[in-house]
Design a protein around this ligand. Structure first.
Ligand code: AMP
Ligand code: GLY
Length: 438
């Protein structure tokens, strides 16, 4: 089949890389793309948000399946546009994507579905929100309702922080229209975990768990980022726990969405907070996580294109998903200054030592130990045939090995072979799973 991937980051590189290994795929295209993706996929000359252009391209090229990476095109309604044109797409409609694009909507679905989540109050008036957090007096979480590039959530120690967060969102309008409505939520404690399920509107199959590291620096310090690294599986959460998440969260959500007349198709990415026996949903996303996707795709076994096509066509029952029992770890190499200001266009060295023809000692060792290593391009560009940095999160170096400890060691060995000026990355990805710390 011919497959089109929409998006230009590390997540989309990982999707293309895995799709390219599907025996049923003979044509692979990517809209957005980057130098890593362009080695395996042909460019589709439309921006990820150009919905009509993409639908026209897919129809002209007779694309059998389109897979959408980022939330932006989904929230704009790319799945609706493709459905109108009779094209098959893996991803939710605009109405179903509201599970991510409106936190207030997500909360109302959770409530209706009986899905456990933090208590909350929703405000469109700053004065009312202020009175509420003053009355609470203690810790809480303030969230902008809409899409805010992962920056719309403020975890507050007390009313002072919360008042400032309300001011940023509702008065200074730091997130634009996304902050017109604000949610004030009970602050939960516990271990954060991400769960991924492939949903066909009525039915779902579990993909598995992954763990993100959102803070910029070691020990979960510093500002929040899009994600500095991930690992999968989550060693202390096995099949029984996944079955509970499917029964208590994913299936009730699907039933509610279907009953509302907006069935959910695509990846349901549930952000969970786990404390003892209690599982609460922090949020839904309607797409793969980045960098979680890189770790998951490393572990995915079988034909990804067939699997996603079956799910997109409402045949989740027909597919059996298998992830390797081995552990995958992704370390994000970021530009100096990220998530604040950073420079672009800096030459990237050392990728050959991972992937090129050069027979480095590391590569020989990885081959002997059956370790798989891949550097997914997140924000790179080619300038005069030189690979350079082109954004905040530059590369997502991913390794898979027997056991988390070995995967961590290999991912860092690979990261240490790469260099660009100002490069920084966390040194503790996966550590908390080894030590049991939260
Ligand atoms: P979200 O975008 O809703 O996942 O929020 C971003 C981050 O804020 C999460 O990854 C958590 O670390 C934190 N967070 C969100 N909601 C809560 C909550 N109710 N209690 C504690 N932390 C939260
Ligand atoms: N890594 C978190 C996200 O993709 O939302």
């Amino acid at each position: 089949m011919k497959v089109l991937v929409v998006g230009n980051g590390g997540r989309e590189h990982a999707l293309c890389w895995r799709l390219n290994q599907s025996p049923t795929v003979w044509g692979l295209f990517c809209a957005g793309g980057n130098p890593g993706i362009n080695q395996i996929a042909r460019p589709a000359p439309y921006a990820p948000e150009d919905l009509t252009g993409l639908a026209r391209f897919a129809a002209a090229e007779k694309i059998d399946l389109t897979v959408v990476g980022p939330e932006g095109p989904l929230a704009l309604g790319i799945a609706d546009e493709f459905a109108r044109a009779g094209l098959t797409i893996f991803g939710p409609t605009r109405a179903a994507a509201r599970l991510e694009s409106s936190k207030a909507f997500a909360k109302s679905v959770m409530r209706e579905a009986g899905v456990p989540t933090a208590d909350c109050a929703i405000f469109t008036d700053a004065g009312a929100a202020r009175r509420h957090v003053r009355a609470l007096g203690g810790p809480c979480v303030v969230k902008a309702d809409g899409l805010a590039f992962g920056k719309g959530v403020t975890v507050c120690a007390g009313a002072g922080d919360a008042l400032a967060a309300i001011d940023e969102a509702m008065v200074k309008r730091r997130f634009g229209a996304a902050g017109e409505t604000v949610i004030v939520e009970e602050r939960l404690a516990g271990e954060e975990l991400s769960f991924f399920a492939l949903c066909d509107g009525n039915d779902a199959i579990a993909l598995g768990f992954a763990q993100d590291h959102k803070a910029a620096f070691d020990g979960d310090r510093g500002p929040n980022t899009g994600g500095m690294g991930a690992y999968s599986p989550a060693p202390r959460h096995g099949d029984a726990f996944a079955a509970r998440v499917m029964d208590e969260i994913v299936r009730p959500t699907l039933r509610t969405m279907a009953a509302r007349g907006t069935p959910f198709r695509g990846v349901m990415f549930a952000g969970l907070m786990v404390e003892g026996d209690r599982i609460n949903v922090l949020e839904y996303n309607v797409r793969f996580g980045d960098p979680e996707c890189e770790a998951l795709m490393m572990r995915f076994e079988g034909d990804l294109a067939e699997t996603l096509l079956a799910v997109a066509e409402g045949r989740a029952q027909d597919v059996a998903v298998r992830l390797s029992p081995r552990a995958a770890v992704t370390v994000v190499l970021a530009s100096g200054g990220y998530p604040g200001d950073y420079r672009k266009g800096l030459p990237i060295e050392g990728l050959d030592r991972l992937e090129g023809a050069e027979a480095s000692p590391a590569k020989v060792r990885w081959a002997m130990d059956k370790v798989r290593v891949k550097a997914f391009h997140a924000a790179t560009a080619l300038r005069d045939a030189t690979l350079v940095t082109d954004g905040g999160r530059v590369l997502a170096v991913t390794a898979m090995a027997d056991g988390l400890e070995r995967a961590i060691a290999a991912a860092y060995e690979a990261a240490d072979l790469i260099h660009f000026d100002g490069m920084h990355f966390r040194r503790d990805i996966g550590r908390r799973a080894l030590t049991g710390a939260q």
